[in-house]
Design a protein around this ligand. Structure first.
Ligand SMILES: [Zn+2]
Length: 415
Protein backbone atom coordinates (compact mmCIF):
# COMPACT_ATOMS: atom_id res chain seq x y z
CA UNK A 1 0.00 0.00 0.00
CA UNK A 2 1.66 3.24 -1.01
CA UNK A 3 0.92 6.58 0.54
CA UNK A 4 -1.29 7.71 -2.30
CA UNK A 5 -3.75 4.92 -1.81
CA UNK A 6 -3.56 4.69 1.95
CA UNK A 7 -6.58 6.88 2.54
CA UNK A 8 -8.73 4.55 0.51
CA UNK A 9 -8.17 1.58 2.73
CA UNK A 10 -10.74 2.07 5.37
CA UNK A 11 -12.94 -0.58 6.84
CA UNK A 12 -13.26 -3.35 4.32
CA UNK A 13 -16.71 -4.77 4.79
CA UNK A 14 -18.22 -7.85 3.24
CA UNK A 15 -20.43 -7.48 0.22
CA UNK A 16 -23.62 -8.12 2.10
CA UNK A 17 -23.17 -5.17 4.42
CA UNK A 18 -22.88 -2.40 1.89
CA UNK A 19 -25.70 0.05 1.43
CA UNK A 20 -24.24 3.15 -0.12
CA UNK A 21 -20.64 3.80 -0.92
CA UNK A 22 -19.76 7.03 0.81
CA UNK A 23 -16.47 8.81 0.80
CA UNK A 24 -14.38 8.16 3.90
CA UNK A 25 -15.78 10.08 6.82
CA UNK A 26 -12.42 11.36 8.01
CA UNK A 27 -12.44 14.55 9.97
CA UNK A 28 -12.11 17.63 7.78
CA UNK A 29 -12.81 15.88 4.52
CA UNK A 30 -16.45 16.80 4.12
CA UNK A 31 -17.46 20.27 3.28
CA UNK A 32 -20.34 22.64 3.18
CA UNK A 33 -20.80 26.33 2.86
CA UNK A 34 -20.16 28.42 5.89
CA UNK A 35 -23.25 30.29 6.98
CA UNK A 36 -26.88 29.57 6.13
CA UNK A 37 -26.65 26.83 3.55
CA UNK A 38 -30.09 27.23 2.05
CA UNK A 39 -29.42 30.76 0.83
CA UNK A 40 -26.21 29.78 -0.95
CA UNK A 41 -26.42 29.72 -4.70
CA UNK A 42 -25.11 26.57 -6.36
CA UNK A 43 -21.43 26.35 -7.15
CA UNK A 44 -20.05 29.17 -5.13
CA UNK A 45 -16.58 27.68 -5.21
CA UNK A 46 -16.67 25.67 -8.38
CA UNK A 47 -17.45 26.60 -11.94
CA UNK A 48 -20.80 25.11 -12.80
CA UNK A 49 -20.14 22.00 -14.88
CA UNK A 50 -23.71 21.02 -15.67
CA UNK A 51 -26.55 23.42 -16.31
CA UNK A 52 -30.19 22.47 -16.72
CA UNK A 53 -30.45 24.93 -19.63
CA UNK A 54 -27.57 23.18 -21.42
CA UNK A 55 -29.11 19.75 -20.87
CA UNK A 56 -32.33 20.95 -22.47
CA UNK A 57 -30.43 22.54 -25.32
CA UNK A 58 -28.42 19.38 -26.01
CA UNK A 59 -31.63 17.39 -26.02
CA UNK A 60 -33.42 19.88 -28.28
CA UNK A 61 -30.80 19.71 -31.01
CA UNK A 62 -29.85 16.03 -30.66
CA UNK A 63 -30.80 15.16 -34.20
CA UNK A 64 -28.92 14.15 -37.31
CA UNK A 65 -25.18 14.58 -36.98
CA UNK A 66 -25.42 16.41 -33.65
CA UNK A 67 -24.29 14.61 -30.57
CA UNK A 68 -26.98 12.95 -28.54
CA UNK A 69 -27.65 13.50 -24.88
CA UNK A 70 -25.50 10.88 -23.17
CA UNK A 71 -27.07 9.12 -20.20
CA UNK A 72 -25.00 6.77 -18.08
CA UNK A 73 -26.99 4.23 -16.08
CA UNK A 74 -25.23 2.62 -13.14
CA UNK A 75 -27.07 -0.35 -11.63
CA UNK A 76 -25.82 -0.08 -8.05
CA UNK A 77 -23.28 -2.59 -6.74
CA UNK A 78 -22.18 -5.69 -8.65
CA UNK A 79 -21.84 -9.45 -8.34
CA UNK A 80 -18.79 -9.11 -6.12
CA UNK A 81 -20.20 -6.49 -3.72
CA UNK A 82 -23.92 -6.88 -4.03
CA UNK A 83 -25.15 -4.26 -1.60
CA UNK A 84 -27.92 -5.18 0.77
CA UNK A 85 -30.07 -8.28 0.61
CA UNK A 86 -33.30 -9.51 2.10
CA UNK A 87 -34.63 -13.05 2.21
CA UNK A 88 -32.07 -14.22 -0.30
CA UNK A 89 -32.68 -11.47 -2.84
CA UNK A 90 -29.64 -9.35 -3.59
CA UNK A 91 -29.85 -5.65 -4.27
CA UNK A 92 -27.38 -5.89 -7.16
CA UNK A 93 -29.73 -8.21 -9.06
CA UNK A 94 -32.64 -5.83 -8.59
CA UNK A 95 -30.65 -2.78 -9.65
CA UNK A 96 -29.44 -4.61 -12.76
CA UNK A 97 -32.98 -5.51 -13.82
CA UNK A 98 -34.14 -1.94 -13.32
CA UNK A 99 -31.10 -0.46 -15.07
CA UNK A 100 -31.54 -2.68 -18.11
CA UNK A 101 -35.20 -1.75 -18.44
CA UNK A 102 -34.51 1.97 -17.99
CA UNK A 103 -31.77 1.70 -20.61
CA UNK A 104 -34.10 -0.08 -22.99
CA UNK A 105 -36.77 2.61 -22.66
CA UNK A 106 -34.38 5.56 -22.99
CA UNK A 107 -32.62 3.98 -25.98
CA UNK A 108 -35.83 4.06 -27.97
CA UNK A 109 -35.62 7.85 -28.13
CA UNK A 110 -33.36 9.16 -30.85
CA UNK A 111 -32.17 12.03 -28.65
CA UNK A 112 -30.46 9.74 -26.14
CA UNK A 113 -27.28 7.78 -26.22
CA UNK A 114 -27.39 5.32 -23.34
CA UNK A 115 -24.56 3.50 -21.62
CA UNK A 116 -25.25 0.93 -18.91
CA UNK A 117 -22.18 0.02 -16.84
CA UNK A 118 -22.94 -3.67 -16.51
CA UNK A 119 -25.16 -6.46 -17.79
CA UNK A 120 -25.85 -10.09 -16.92
CA UNK A 121 -22.23 -11.13 -17.36
CA UNK A 122 -20.68 -8.28 -15.39
CA UNK A 123 -19.23 -4.85 -16.12
CA UNK A 124 -19.21 -4.09 -19.79
CA UNK A 125 -15.71 -4.31 -21.31
CA UNK A 126 -15.28 -0.53 -21.39
CA UNK A 127 -15.61 -0.35 -17.63
CA UNK A 128 -13.87 -3.56 -16.62
CA UNK A 129 -10.76 -2.55 -18.54
CA UNK A 130 -11.02 1.04 -17.29
CA UNK A 131 -11.04 -0.16 -13.68
CA UNK A 132 -8.15 -2.57 -14.14
CA UNK A 133 -5.93 -0.54 -16.46
CA UNK A 134 -6.59 2.96 -15.16
CA UNK A 135 -6.29 2.38 -11.45
CA UNK A 136 -3.31 4.71 -10.97
CA UNK A 137 -4.87 7.63 -12.84
CA UNK A 138 -8.10 7.07 -10.91
CA UNK A 139 -6.22 7.28 -7.61
CA UNK A 140 -4.39 10.40 -8.79
CA UNK A 141 -7.72 11.92 -9.81
CA UNK A 142 -9.14 11.33 -6.33
CA UNK A 143 -6.06 12.82 -4.65
CA UNK A 144 -6.16 15.88 -6.85
CA UNK A 145 -9.86 16.54 -6.19
CA UNK A 146 -9.39 16.00 -2.49
CA UNK A 147 -6.56 18.49 -2.45
CA UNK A 148 -8.68 21.16 -4.11
CA UNK A 149 -11.39 20.64 -1.52
CA UNK A 150 -8.82 20.66 1.27
CA UNK A 151 -7.36 23.93 0.03
CA UNK A 152 -10.80 25.50 -0.06
CA UNK A 153 -11.44 24.43 3.46
CA UNK A 154 -8.15 25.82 4.71
CA UNK A 155 -9.07 29.25 3.36
CA UNK A 156 -12.25 29.14 5.39
CA UNK A 157 -14.43 29.13 2.31
CA UNK A 158 -15.99 25.84 3.31
CA UNK A 159 -16.52 24.08 6.60
CA UNK A 160 -16.85 20.46 7.57
CA UNK A 161 -20.25 18.92 7.56
CA UNK A 162 -21.81 15.55 8.10
CA UNK A 163 -25.22 14.94 6.66
CA UNK A 164 -26.55 12.67 9.37
CA UNK A 165 -27.73 10.04 6.90
CA UNK A 166 -26.18 6.68 7.52
CA UNK A 167 -23.89 5.49 4.76
CA UNK A 168 -22.10 2.24 5.27
CA UNK A 169 -18.44 2.46 4.42
CA UNK A 170 -17.37 1.15 1.08
CA UNK A 171 -14.69 -1.45 0.55
CA UNK A 172 -11.79 -0.10 -1.45
CA UNK A 173 -12.37 -1.83 -4.82
CA UNK A 174 -15.84 -0.29 -4.74
CA UNK A 175 -14.33 3.12 -4.07
CA UNK A 176 -12.02 2.81 -7.07
CA UNK A 177 -14.89 1.68 -9.28
CA UNK A 178 -17.18 4.50 -8.21
CA UNK A 179 -14.59 7.24 -8.63
CA UNK A 180 -13.53 5.50 -11.84
CA UNK A 181 -17.09 5.79 -13.16
CA UNK A 182 -17.05 9.51 -12.31
CA UNK A 183 -13.75 10.00 -14.10
CA UNK A 184 -14.97 8.05 -17.11
CA UNK A 185 -18.19 10.09 -17.20
CA UNK A 186 -16.18 13.34 -17.15
CA UNK A 187 -13.99 12.13 -20.01
CA UNK A 188 -16.80 10.80 -22.19
CA UNK A 189 -19.19 13.73 -22.36
CA UNK A 190 -21.82 12.11 -20.21
CA UNK A 191 -24.68 14.54 -19.55
CA UNK A 192 -26.61 12.69 -16.89
CA UNK A 193 -25.71 9.82 -14.56
CA UNK A 194 -28.42 7.73 -12.91
CA UNK A 195 -27.37 5.40 -10.08
CA UNK A 196 -29.92 2.77 -9.14
CA UNK A 197 -30.24 1.40 -5.62
CA UNK A 198 -32.61 -0.21 -3.17
CA UNK A 199 -32.45 0.94 0.40
CA UNK A 200 -31.93 -0.54 3.82
CA UNK A 201 -30.68 0.79 7.12
CA UNK A 202 -28.91 -0.66 10.13
CA UNK A 203 -31.34 -2.52 12.35
CA UNK A 204 -31.27 -5.43 14.69
CA UNK A 205 -33.56 -7.94 13.08
CA UNK A 206 -32.20 -8.13 9.58
CA UNK A 207 -34.51 -11.01 8.73
CA UNK A 208 -37.68 -9.01 9.41
CA UNK A 209 -38.92 -5.99 7.51
CA UNK A 210 -37.81 -2.62 8.88
CA UNK A 211 -39.89 0.41 9.77
CA UNK A 212 -39.38 2.68 6.78
CA UNK A 213 -40.71 2.67 3.26
CA UNK A 214 -40.66 4.77 0.12
CA UNK A 215 -38.11 6.09 -2.33
CA UNK A 216 -35.60 8.91 -2.16
CA UNK A 217 -33.33 10.62 -4.64
CA UNK A 218 -29.90 11.75 -3.56
CA UNK A 219 -28.35 14.69 -5.38
CA UNK A 220 -25.00 16.49 -5.08
CA UNK A 221 -24.78 19.03 -2.26
CA UNK A 222 -25.62 22.52 -3.54
CA UNK A 223 -22.04 23.81 -3.77
CA UNK A 224 -20.87 21.14 -6.15
CA UNK A 225 -20.45 22.03 -9.78
CA UNK A 226 -23.14 19.60 -10.93
CA UNK A 227 -25.66 20.46 -8.20
CA UNK A 228 -28.23 22.69 -9.85
CA UNK A 229 -28.94 20.55 -12.91
CA UNK A 230 -29.02 17.42 -10.77
CA UNK A 231 -31.60 18.89 -8.45
CA UNK A 232 -33.78 20.11 -11.30
CA UNK A 233 -33.87 16.66 -12.89
CA UNK A 234 -34.34 14.91 -9.52
CA UNK A 235 -37.27 17.11 -8.53
CA UNK A 236 -39.17 16.21 -11.69
CA UNK A 237 -38.29 12.51 -11.56
CA UNK A 238 -39.34 12.42 -7.89
CA UNK A 239 -42.70 13.93 -8.73
CA UNK A 240 -43.29 11.26 -11.37
CA UNK A 241 -42.23 8.39 -9.09
CA UNK A 242 -44.84 9.62 -6.60
CA UNK A 243 -47.57 8.52 -9.00
CA UNK A 244 -47.66 5.15 -7.24
CA UNK A 245 -45.11 5.17 -4.45
CA UNK A 246 -44.43 7.59 -1.60
CA UNK A 247 -41.28 9.44 -0.73
CA UNK A 248 -39.30 7.81 2.04
CA UNK A 249 -40.47 8.32 5.62
CA UNK A 250 -36.97 7.80 7.00
CA UNK A 251 -36.41 11.07 8.94
CA UNK A 252 -33.36 12.24 6.98
CA UNK A 253 -34.98 11.37 3.66
CA UNK A 254 -38.34 13.04 4.19
CA UNK A 255 -37.55 15.87 1.82
CA UNK A 256 -37.65 13.31 -1.01
CA UNK A 257 -34.76 14.87 -2.90
CA UNK A 258 -31.81 14.77 -0.52
CA UNK A 259 -28.59 16.74 -0.94
CA UNK A 260 -25.45 14.86 -0.03
CA UNK A 261 -21.76 15.75 -0.03
CA UNK A 262 -20.31 12.37 0.74
CA UNK A 263 -21.73 9.96 -1.77
CA UNK A 264 -19.05 9.11 -4.31
CA UNK A 265 -21.60 8.16 -6.94
CA UNK A 266 -22.94 11.70 -7.26
CA UNK A 267 -19.59 13.43 -6.98
CA UNK A 268 -18.02 13.54 -3.52
CA UNK A 269 -15.12 16.03 -3.54
CA UNK A 270 -16.61 17.56 -6.66
CA UNK A 271 -15.41 14.61 -8.75
CA UNK A 272 -18.32 14.51 -11.18
CA UNK A 273 -19.04 17.05 -13.93
CA UNK A 274 -22.39 15.83 -15.32
CA UNK A 275 -25.69 15.98 -13.47
CA UNK A 276 -26.27 12.93 -11.30
CA UNK A 277 -29.04 11.26 -9.36
CA UNK A 278 -28.81 8.35 -6.99
CA UNK A 279 -32.24 6.84 -6.70
CA UNK A 280 -33.11 4.60 -3.77
CA UNK A 281 -36.21 2.99 -5.19
CA UNK A 282 -37.61 1.77 -1.91
CA UNK A 283 -36.61 -0.36 1.05
CA UNK A 284 -35.64 -3.84 -0.03
CA UNK A 285 -37.97 -5.48 2.50
CA UNK A 286 -41.12 -3.70 1.27
CA UNK A 287 -43.91 -6.12 0.28
CA UNK A 288 -43.75 -5.30 -3.44
CA UNK A 289 -40.19 -6.67 -3.60
CA UNK A 290 -40.70 -9.97 -1.78
CA UNK A 291 -42.13 -12.24 -4.48
CA UNK A 292 -40.31 -12.81 -7.75
CA UNK A 293 -43.13 -12.24 -10.23
CA UNK A 294 -44.46 -9.08 -8.57
CA UNK A 295 -40.93 -7.80 -7.95
CA UNK A 296 -40.19 -8.11 -11.66
CA UNK A 297 -43.33 -6.18 -12.57
CA UNK A 298 -42.65 -3.45 -10.02
CA UNK A 299 -39.07 -3.04 -11.19
CA UNK A 300 -40.36 -2.64 -14.74
CA UNK A 301 -42.87 -0.07 -13.51
CA UNK A 302 -40.25 1.88 -11.54
CA UNK A 303 -38.08 2.02 -14.66
CA UNK A 304 -41.10 3.22 -16.62
CA UNK A 305 -41.86 6.01 -14.14
CA UNK A 306 -38.20 7.05 -14.11
CA UNK A 307 -38.16 7.17 -17.89
CA UNK A 308 -41.31 9.32 -17.92
CA UNK A 309 -39.77 11.59 -15.27
CA UNK A 310 -36.64 12.14 -17.37
CA UNK A 311 -38.78 12.88 -20.42
CA UNK A 312 -40.83 15.31 -18.36
CA UNK A 313 -37.66 17.22 -17.50
CA UNK A 314 -37.10 17.70 -21.23
CA UNK A 315 -40.80 18.52 -21.67
CA UNK A 316 -40.92 15.82 -24.28
CA UNK A 317 -43.64 13.25 -24.94
CA UNK A 318 -42.87 9.66 -24.04
CA UNK A 319 -42.66 6.94 -26.66
CA UNK A 320 -45.47 4.48 -27.26
CA UNK A 321 -43.44 1.98 -25.23
CA UNK A 322 -45.06 3.21 -22.03
CA UNK A 323 -48.62 3.04 -23.35
CA UNK A 324 -51.52 5.42 -22.94
CA UNK A 325 -51.77 4.87 -19.19
CA UNK A 326 -48.14 5.88 -18.65
CA UNK A 327 -47.63 2.60 -16.82
CA UNK A 328 -46.32 -0.88 -17.52
CA UNK A 329 -49.11 -2.29 -15.33
CA UNK A 330 -51.88 -1.18 -17.71
CA UNK A 331 -53.68 -2.02 -19.91
CA UNK A 332 -54.64 -5.29 -18.30
CA UNK A 333 -57.43 -7.74 -18.98
CA UNK A 334 -58.99 -9.17 -15.84
CA UNK A 335 -60.27 -12.69 -16.44
CA UNK A 336 -61.52 -14.16 -13.19
CA UNK A 337 -62.64 -12.88 -9.88
CA UNK A 338 -59.97 -12.89 -7.20
CA UNK A 339 -60.61 -13.65 -3.55
CA UNK A 340 -59.81 -11.10 -0.86
CA UNK A 341 -56.65 -12.19 0.94
CA UNK A 342 -54.93 -13.30 -2.27
CA UNK A 343 -51.26 -12.39 -2.20
CA UNK A 344 -48.80 -11.44 -4.91
CA UNK A 345 -51.29 -11.65 -7.75
CA UNK A 346 -50.49 -9.74 -10.92
CA UNK A 347 -54.14 -8.99 -11.75
CA UNK A 348 -54.51 -7.46 -8.27
CA UNK A 349 -51.38 -5.43 -8.98
CA UNK A 350 -52.91 -4.04 -12.18
CA UNK A 351 -56.16 -3.51 -10.28
CA UNK A 352 -54.26 -1.37 -7.76
CA UNK A 353 -52.77 0.67 -10.59
CA UNK A 354 -56.22 1.19 -12.13
CA UNK A 355 -57.71 2.18 -8.78
CA UNK A 356 -54.86 4.68 -8.32
CA UNK A 357 -55.72 6.28 -11.65
CA UNK A 358 -59.36 6.36 -10.54
CA UNK A 359 -58.23 8.39 -7.54
CA UNK A 360 -59.52 5.89 -4.99
CA UNK A 361 -56.27 4.11 -4.11
CA UNK A 362 -55.16 4.36 -1.43
CA UNK A 363 -58.52 5.07 0.23
CA UNK A 364 -58.64 8.25 2.29
CA UNK A 365 -57.94 6.76 5.70
CA UNK A 366 -54.66 5.26 4.51
CA UNK A 367 -51.58 6.60 2.80
CA UNK A 368 -49.17 5.21 0.23
CA UNK A 369 -46.93 3.80 2.95
CA UNK A 370 -49.88 1.76 4.25
CA UNK A 371 -50.93 0.66 0.78
CA UNK A 372 -47.99 -0.06 -1.51
CA UNK A 373 -48.96 -1.52 -4.87
CA UNK A 374 -47.91 -5.11 -4.22
CA UNK A 375 -50.52 -7.39 -5.74
CA UNK A 376 -51.90 -8.30 -2.34
CA UNK A 377 -55.65 -8.02 -1.84
CA UNK A 378 -55.86 -6.67 1.69
CA UNK A 379 -57.73 -3.90 3.47
CA UNK A 380 -56.46 -1.16 1.14
CA UNK A 381 -57.68 -2.92 -1.99
CA UNK A 382 -60.99 -3.95 -0.42
CA UNK A 383 -61.81 -0.43 0.72
CA UNK A 384 -60.61 1.18 -2.48
CA UNK A 385 -62.52 -1.27 -4.64
CA UNK A 386 -65.73 -0.46 -2.77
CA UNK A 387 -65.17 3.23 -3.54
CA UNK A 388 -64.71 2.32 -7.21
CA UNK A 389 -67.95 0.31 -7.06
CA UNK A 390 -69.80 3.24 -5.50
CA UNK A 391 -68.53 5.45 -8.29
CA UNK A 392 -69.85 3.07 -10.98
CA UNK A 393 -72.97 1.84 -9.16
CA UNK A 394 -71.80 -1.73 -8.71
CA UNK A 395 -73.42 -2.04 -5.32
CA UNK A 396 -73.84 -5.82 -5.40
CA UNK A 397 -70.14 -6.61 -5.20
CA UNK A 398 -68.91 -4.34 -2.42
CA UNK A 399 -65.15 -4.85 -1.97
CA UNK A 400 -65.22 -8.01 -4.07
CA UNK A 401 -63.70 -8.46 -7.49
CA UNK A 402 -66.83 -10.08 -8.92
CA UNK A 403 -68.04 -10.49 -12.49
CA UNK A 404 -69.68 -7.06 -12.85
CA UNK A 405 -66.61 -5.32 -11.44
CA UNK A 406 -64.32 -7.31 -13.72
CA UNK A 407 -66.46 -6.27 -16.67
CA UNK A 408 -66.29 -2.61 -15.70
CA UNK A 409 -62.52 -2.74 -15.21
CA UNK A 410 -62.06 -4.35 -18.61
CA UNK A 411 -64.26 -1.71 -20.18
CA UNK A 412 -62.06 1.03 -18.72
CA UNK A 413 -58.53 -0.42 -18.63
CA UNK A 414 -58.11 -3.45 -20.90
CA UNK A 415 -57.11 -1.58 -24.04
ZN1 LIG B 1 -27.27 0.25 -2.73
Amino acid sequence: MNKGVAFLFFSLVSGGGLFLAAAPMLARTNFSAAGPSTSQPASVFFVESSKPEDLKQTFAIAHGPRRKLHILIVPGHDSEYWGTQFQGVKEADMTLALGKELGRLLSRDSEFEVTVTRDDVGYNPTFSSYFSQRQEPILAFISEKKKIMGDLESTGAVTAKTDGVFHNKAPSPVVVRLYGINKWANENQVDLVVHIHFNDYPRRKKKSPGDYSGFSIYVPEHQYSNARASKDVATIVSKQLQTYYPESNMPKEETGVVEDQDLIAIGAFNTLDPAALLIEYGYIYEPQFLEANIRGKIIEELATQTYIGVKNFFQSATTTAVGKYNSSLLPHTWKTSVEPGTRYDSSVLSLQAALSLEGVYPPQEYDKHDCPLSGTYGKCTWKSLSLFQQKYSLADEVGRLGAATVQKLNELYSQ
